[in-house]
Design a protein around this ligand. Structure first.
Ligand code: B12
Length: 321
């Protein structure tokens, strides 16, 4: 299997759609539901692409290329297999700010394979527009996909919009923890378990959702993200950081990374889950090491935010240590 997976991933990365499609078709064989080909080939392949990018072995352009190929393969497998009498209707959407749409696409195909009708709304849907749309829609559940933990705050707005429109909300995606702590904290009614088995909605819902305070410190921090990044940059300017990060492109990069650090901090505050920051820091260190960034940049970024953030949101620094 791992040979086939490598062959498929290599084909996807070089944009060889025909080659990848052939490998997927061979793999699918008589599995008309496409469940296995998604969970055992396409999803692992995309995760592998992510690991290769993380190690600096492929570029963002390669990621886009692989995504195009795998999206094409996914469509060719699923179209025409919709149930005549669906088990129910799911509206699938990516959280506000979430541009990773392929995970939601895969989940959609898996649910369709399980006999559900799915209305798929795609990436980064603004919460207000979603609420208006859902007000006129009949569905059994709204599925919200979140890949980056930094988008959990946007997801809280998405979940609220769907709830206000009268729908139950089920979350899914790699931003969530297996215990469901983060999904509960953003006000969801439930969280998807593994989709390797047919989708059974009742098993994924857990009753009354939590009321989320949308005007709490996490929201204040999120709204002041630009200001916190600016303060952090001037704090870094007073250290020897500027000497170590010499070129303008590094400066741009650090600015973007600082924005992400603030965003994961806001997500950690929202969910009451410091592991969000810990995981992001470990990931950032791995990525910086792989691309040869000056040692200590990740530590500097966290130290800078921790040093300045309390001036804007008192007590927030506790989430950045
Ligand atoms: C392709 C890709 C991209 C594409 C996205 C294209 C697209 N249309 O989706 C592009 C190039 C745009 C991209 C951009 C970025 N990406 Co990216 N990306 C990926 C990659 C390689 C694959 C994503 C994918 O297709 N996953 C498909 C499957 C594997 O996802 P899954 O979450 O397991 O989904 C399954 C279940 O969770 C479930 N599910 C998912 N959602 C839902 C919802 C419901 C309701 C239900 C029931 C189930 C369900 O069903 C799915 C199928 O089983 C991932 C690696 C990874 N491990 O996912 C990185 C990854 C997510 N990206 C990453 C990063 C850092 C980025 C960038 C910040 C930098 C970059 N690489 O360019 C930008 C940010 C863009 C932005 N502004 O948001 C990191 C995130 C790390 C972190 N800190 O969390 C990852 C993990 C790569 C890595 N290993 O470091 N990316």
């Amino acid at each position: 299997m791992s040979v086939l997976l490598d062959e498929y991933t290599d084909a996807a990365l070089r944009g060889d759609r025909a080659g990848a499609a052939m490998l997927a078709t061979n793999f699918a064989g008589r599995d008309e539901s496409c469940l296995d080909v998604v969970t055992q080939l396409l999803a692992p392949s995309q995760r592998d692409v992510g690991e290769r990018w993380l190690r600096g072995e492929c570029t963002v352009a390669d990621e886009h290329s692989a995504t195009f190929v795998t999206e094409s393969v996914l469509s060719s497998l699923g179209v025409g297999l919709e149930a005549r009498e669906p088990a129910g209707t799911v509206v699938m959407v990516c959280a506000e700010g979430e541009w990773h749409s392929l995970p939601a696409r895969m989940a959609t195909e898996l649910m369709i394979a399980g006999g559900w009708r799915v209305i798929h709304l795609g990436p980064a849907m603004p919460a207000g527009q979603l609420r208006d749309y859902l007000a006129d829609i009949e569905a059994d559940v709204v599925g919200v996909s979140v890949t980056l933990a930094s988008n959990l705050t946007g997801a809280a707005r998405t979940v609220r919009a769907a709830s206000q429109a009268g729908h139950a909300v089920m979350c899914g995606g790699r931003a969530f923890d297996s215990a469901g702590r983060r999904a509960r904290a953003i006000g969801a009614h439930g969280q998807a378990r593994d989709l390797t088995e047919p989708f059974v909605l009742d098993e994924m819902l857990w009753g009354e959702p939590l009321a989320v305070d949308m005007d709490a410190d996490w929201a204040h921090l999120e709204y002041q993200r630009v200001e916190v990044v600016r303060d952090a940059l001037s704090w870094l300017g007073t250290s020897d950081f500027a000497d170590r990060v010499r070129s303008a492109s590094w400066f741009e990069y650090v600015t973007a990374e600082l924005g992400d650090v603030v965003a994961v901090g806001a997500a950690a505050m929202l969910c009451g889950d410091p592991t969000i920051v810990v995981q992001h820091r470990a990931w950032l260190e791995d990525r910086l090491a792989a691309v040869g960034t000056p040692v200590g940049v990740a530590r500097d970024a966290f130290d800078a935010v921790a040093a300045v953030v309390d001036d804007r949101v008192p007590g927030a620094s506790a989430f950045f240590v």
